[in-house]
Design a protein around this ligand. Structure first.
Ligand code: LAN
Length: 725
């Protein structure tokens, strides 16, 4: 037992495992944490990678204070390269959202999958560490205010994991939950999980009819037209809702029914609860269109067995669920649908089925252990994404040429080779999948989903590694690079932009009936500056090396993409970033891609405006610091402190654009250098990533990748002057 004084102000004891027993196994990008029993420990020593991510001390070389940016970049990479895994990638935690563990634990509890003791202890520790220090509740993400969604669900998790209701932290969390209105005011995804657990009534949830899947695809609101994550979640949700599947009542469930609400469970008016969402949770206003649709759907739900449509649609849904499992080697698109699928398989095929067994084995892929305990990652990792950037940073800065880094780069290339997706999904049209042969996804090859900018970044990294270095073999043939290009060429939207996983398939008015209450812009795909810029740079670089392949089409696509980048620029010169914080992030990519396209400060009004925007946000200390509120509100918000990651992004943007004045750039470099520790590392600062406007997510490797990149680029452009800081 160790005192948990991290965040809570009062003392209480929270158990911890022996962190020196945790090991990280990697295999083709797969990352799994294992807790070793006593005798195994000797045969499998803990590595620096494990110690680093667990926050345990380890010996690392210390350097003299660097005098130049290049020295600082080199020291940074000396530290960071120790974290490359043996299969060539960079691993890392990918936490942030606070609604992932609940789905996992509720599903494991219902399906009676044993929860390993080491997980139990570390998940409790993580949740207590991540509770809001003041009120003991949880938000939708680790930096957010307490909400009913976060508090009710994580409270339930800790109770399932065996902590008493009168534990001081639970008393505090429950008081907060009650103050927010109790679990009756939980948003719809929470109503869903609590209904599965039988501590909420399915009657209290607006319908999620599986019949939608039976509509002809021509209907604009066919779910096959939704954003891939949206349809992936509503598919199993519709299946479980359609069957109103809930676990049996037992003493724990009885007790939770009392703990979660401010009134006796039997007296709750469930029909009224459907639209009851706490104001602390709500991100989207309720629209009249959604109320109308819910009104109709609630009537539909009262009609008994209309033409047997329910059963037909359940069969169709389950067929699609199985396709998704098999096409992703049971990883599924993301953890939310993954844990819902486990429940569906349990009910449909039973706990002894092969499918259930295979699905269970993939749960561990999402779990990550840190100094704070065990979390569930937002995907099965960010392997490809991080690693592709490391390659580009090292090549752009020249670090890849240093003999001591050759082995690192060779392994990195092997990983990129392995991570390229080699096939399309089985019956891809039937399951609404975009082609994937030749693409790269965000994490691993097994997961198998094409992502536009991941494909572009993977392609860029390979092109650089194979063409700019004289010691690397051509592991990827021209044919395989062309396959990646072929995929990219299928992904452009009519506005010239690129979306995340597919082309836009549905009308934007679908957002009026976005039923999630807490996630913005999830109904369909959108053209994103980040995705578009990555594709524009990827294709521009490809055509330099292979000018004969589909040259005319590439030219046209690039022109249209550049046009989108111009039209998506805001009046103040910035670009809005949907996937990290925020204007600094997207502006970096936009300026980089326009530079590849031949537009820089001197010859482009748009680039000049972009640079002026960035310069206007530089702070007194020379850095940049942007808060995640920018993403939520669409208006630039300063963070309380400068952040090395935002600073590096702004500098990279300015340097790509050939901003004419060195002074502000040097001041940013000074800030990054002043934050570097003796061993070359940078400490974690504020969270970096975002999705769906309202949820943050961690990219802890960014503090290495982009700082090293900015330092090295600066050294290259300005002949590596001595820096005083
Ligand atoms: C991600 C992570 C990566 C991200 C980029 C590649 C950075 C982006 O440029 C395109 C979109 C993408 C692939 C993306 C989409 C949404 C994801 C998968 C995530 C933010 C990580 C987690 C999130 C997913 C939706 C989380 C599960 C939650 C639901 C609401 C379903």
């Amino acid at each position: 037992m160790t005192p948990n004084s991290n965040l809570h102000t009062e003392e209480a004891f929270v158990e911890a495992t022996d962190l020196s027993r945790w090991r990280l196994k990697v295999d083709h990008g797969r990352q799994t944490w294992h807790y070793l029993e006593s005798d195994e420990v000797e045969n499998w020593p803990q590595s620096i990678i494990e110690k680093y991510w667990l926050g345990l001390p380890f010996e690392s070389k210390e350097f003299d204070k660097p005098k130049t940016a290049l020295e600082a970049a080199r020291n940074g990479f000396e530290f960071f390269k120790q974290l490359q895994t043996e299969d060539g990638h960079w691993a890392g935690e990918y936490g942030g959202p606070m609604f992932l563990i609940p789905g996992l634990i509720i599903s494991m509890y219902i399906t009676r999958i044993p929860i390993p003791e080491s997980w139990r202890i570390e998940i409790i520790r993580y949740l207590f560490n991540r509770a809001n220090p003041i009120d003991g509740g949880w938000g939708i993400h680790i930096e957010g205010q307490s909400t009913v969604f976060g508090t009710a669900l994580n409270y339930v998790v800790i109770r399932i994991l065996g902590v008493d209701a009168d534990h001081p932290y639970m008393v505090k969390a429950r008081a907060t939950l009650h103050k927010l209105g109790g679990a009756v005011a939980i948003p719809s995804w929470g109503k869903f999980w609590l209904s599965c657990l039988n501590v909420y009534d399915w009657e209290g949830m607006n319908p999620v009819p599986p019949e939608l899947w039976l509509l002809p695809y021509a209907v604009p609101f066919h779910p096959g037209r939704f954003w891939v994550h949206c349809r992936a979640v509503y598919l199993p949700m519709g299946y479980l809702y359609g069957r109103r599947l809930s676990t049996d009542v037992n003493p724990l469930i009885e007790s939770l029914r009392q703990e979660l609400y401010v009134q006796p469970y039997d007296t709750i008016d469930w029909a009224q609860a459907r639209d009851n969402v706490s104001s602390a949770d709500r991100y989207l206003k309720r629209t009249k269109s959604l109320s109308f649709i819910n009104f109709i759907l609630n009537i539909y739900e009262k009609i008994p067995n209309l033409l047997g449509l329910r059963q037909i649609s359940l069969d169709e849904s389950y067929k699609l669920i199985k396709y998704e499992d098999e096409n992703t080697d049971y990883l599924d698109l993301a953890p939310v649908n993954k844990v819902m699928h486990i429940l569906c398989t349990y009910y449909e095929e039973g706990p002894n089925s092969e499918a259930f067994k295979l699905a269970k084995e993939r749960l561990i892929d999402f779990m990550w252990v840190s100094s704070e305990g065990m979390m569930m990652n937002g995907t099965n990792g960010s392997q490809l994404w991080d690693t592709a950037f490391v390659a580009q940073a090292c090549i752009d800065t020249g670090l890849a040429n240093n003999t001591e880094n050759h082995k690192v780069m060779l392994k990195l290339l092997e990983f990129l080779d392995d991570a390229q997706i080699k096939k399309n999904a089985t019956d891809m049209e039937y399951c609404y999948r975009h082609p994937s042969k030749g693409a790269w996804g965000f994490s691993t090859r097994d997961q198998g989903y094409t992502v536009s900018d991941c494909t572009a970044e993977g392609l860029k990294a390979v092109l650089y590694l194979q063409n700019k270095l004289d010691y690397t073999p051509n592991l990827l043939s021209k044919e395989r690079l062309c396959q990646a290009v072929d995929i990219l060429l299928t992904m452009q939207n009519s506005d010239g932009g690129f979306a995340s996983y597919e082309k836009i398939r549905g009308p934007e008015i679908l957002e009026w009936i976005n039923p999630s209450e807490v996630f913005g812009k999830i109904m369909i795909e959108y053209s994103y500056p980040e995705c578009t810029t990555a594709v524009l740079t990827g294709l521009s670089i490809f055509r330099k090396y292979y000018p004969d392949y589909r040259a005319d089409e590439i030219e046209k696509v690039c022109q249209k993409a550049a046009n989108f980048i111009h039209t998506s620029q805001r009046d103040d010169g910035s670009w809005y970033g949907a996937w990290a914080i925020c204007f600094t992030y997207a502006s970096m990519f936009a300026l980089e891609s326009l530079a590849y396209y031949g537009e820089t400060y001197d010859n482009s009004e748009s680039v000049k405006k972009g640079c002026d925007f960035l310069i206007s946000k530089q702070r007194k200390d020379g850095g940049w610091g942007e808060a995640y509120k920018s993403c939520e509100t669409g208006v630039y918000h300063d963070h309380a402190q400068s952040q090395v990651v935002n600073t590096a992004w702004a500098l990279l943007g300015l340097m790509s654009a050939k901003y004419p004045d060195e002074k502000p750039i040097r001041r940013g470099i000074e800030l990054i250098m002043s934050r570097q520790l003796k061993n070359g590392e940078w400490k974690q600062e504020a969270i970096e990533g975002v999705f769906n406007k309202n949820v943050t997510i961690s990219y802890p490797n960014y503090k290495f990748i982009f700082t090293i990149w900015a330092l090295g680029k600066y050294a290259k452009i300005y002949n590596n002057p001595t820096i005083k800081y």
